[in-house]
Design a protein around this ligand. Structure first.
Ligand SMILES: Cc1ncc(COP(=O)(O)O)c(C=O)c1O
Length: 367
């Protein structure tokens, strides 16, 4: 099976882990041992951010950022429903209410038109998601946020190596949150990072990461144990160096696959708006005019051919049993996308021959 994603690990990561294990320093009481500090500095530099705070997951990064911004009970946060559930989950964990808005039918990222309609006196923040590795349309989102005095927490969990307006993603947000989960463009197994130019957000998130402490046994606020282990940071340092190569390979695979997909009138390849550079965390195609059954049947057929096709996301969050209590949301573009999209493998381990096989198989099955 050509898997939808696969961690790209070799001897260099293994050596880095062994080195940490032999050093005897596996963690640090306040969350930043030598490897975590090195990883934070390198990551901040790579996205041109002033500060970075490593976390044990992307979910922890998102939650800590909302908490650091003081978002809590009585507040509302606007976000897309077409994303991984963690984006909404952290709003609820922070004590605030998620308000879901629709997406753009071509990019699958938050529709800027729908944001202003959803703003109320309770709105405190916007959470655009760089879905599938394609940056959300951050310029207009920044303008809306500034006009209404809102913060932007960008969910960049899928967007390592993506660019918007010539800058690494995150540049237009108050803070960006990243994930290093095993499937991501670069991984530490599990892990996360906050990047920001705002010192206060970074300092507060650092305390939240470590039981609300700045010095040991002096909790200043409610915190958590969100420490990234030293071993993970060591893997992260190696993976970060390889990231440009990984993204280049994904982009080349995506370019080649699009040549096949374009030959099929029933399929719509992913689009990359001018000024955006996708990291192609997922290469996502729309099966035009298909319903859920027809799309699911195609995915099953592809799997039988050895192609790990995958659907992100079959259930928009506003329709999930737990999240229905946050109100009725009318999101027709989101619901349509959840019935028609599917993703195909383009990770760096996929060869040219495999891309051609995937492309030809998809053409044959959708004729
Ligand atoms: C869009 C999005 N947001 C948040 C997360 C949460 O990251 P993590 O799994 O590292 O907690 C993920 C990834 O899993 C994601 O894809």
């Amino acid at each position: 099976m050509i898997s939808i994603n696969a961690p790209q690990i070799d001897q260099e990561e293994i050596n880095a882990v062994v080195k940490v294990m032999k050093s005897g320093v596996l963690t640090h009481g306040l969350g930043a041992g030598p490897m975590v500090t090195e990883f934070e500095n390198a990551f901040a530099k790579s996205v041109k951010a002033k500060h970075s705070v490593a976390m044990n997951t992307g979910t922890a990064a998102l939650h800590s950022t909302l908490a650091a911004l003081g978002i809590g009970a009585g507040d509302e946060v606007i976000l897309p429903s077409f994303t991984f559930v963690a984006t909404a989950e952290v709003v609820v964990i922070a004590g605030a209410k998620p308000v879901f808005v629709d997406i753009d039918a071509d990019t699958y990222t938050m529709s800027t038109k729908s944001i202003e309609k959803a703003i109320t006196k309770k709105t405190k923040a916007l959470m655009p998601v760089d879905l599938y590795g394609l940056p959300a349309d951050m310029q207009p989102i920044r303008e809306i946020a500034d006009k209404h005095g809102l913060k932007i927490v960008e969910d960049a969990a899928q967007a390592h190596g993506a660019m918007y307006d010539g800058k690494p993603v995150g540049a237009f947000a108050d803070a960006a949150c990243w994930s290093f989960y095993g499937s991501k463009n670069m991984t530490t197994g599990e892990g996360g990072m906050i990047t920001t130019n705002d010192k206060e957000i970074a300092d507060t998130a650092r305390s939240i990461r470590s039981h609300g402490e700045k010095t040991k046994y002096q909790s200043l606020m409610l915190g958590h144990n969100y420490h990234m282990p030293e071993i993970e940071a060591a893997i992260g340092c190696v993976q970060l160096k390889k990231l440009p190569g990984f993204v280049a390979r994904r982009r080349e695979n995506a370019r080649r696959l699009t040549q096949h997909v374009e030959k099929t009138k029933n399929l719509k390849p992913p689009m990359e708006p001018k000024g955006s550079k996708s990291s192609y965390y997922l290469y996502t195609v729309r099966y035009k005019n298909a319903n859920r059954e027809k799309r699911d049947a195609l995915v099953e057929k592809l799997k039988r051919e050895g192609i790990g096709a995958f659907v992100c996301y079959v259930n928009p969050i506003h329709l999930m049993p737990y999240y229905r209590k946050f109100g009725k949301h009318k999101l027709p573009i989101t619901e349509k996308a959840s019935e028609q999209v599917f993703s195909l493998p383009v990770h760096p381990g996929v060869t040219d021959e495999q891309v051609d096989f995937i492309g030809k198989t998809v053409q044959r099955l959708t004729r």
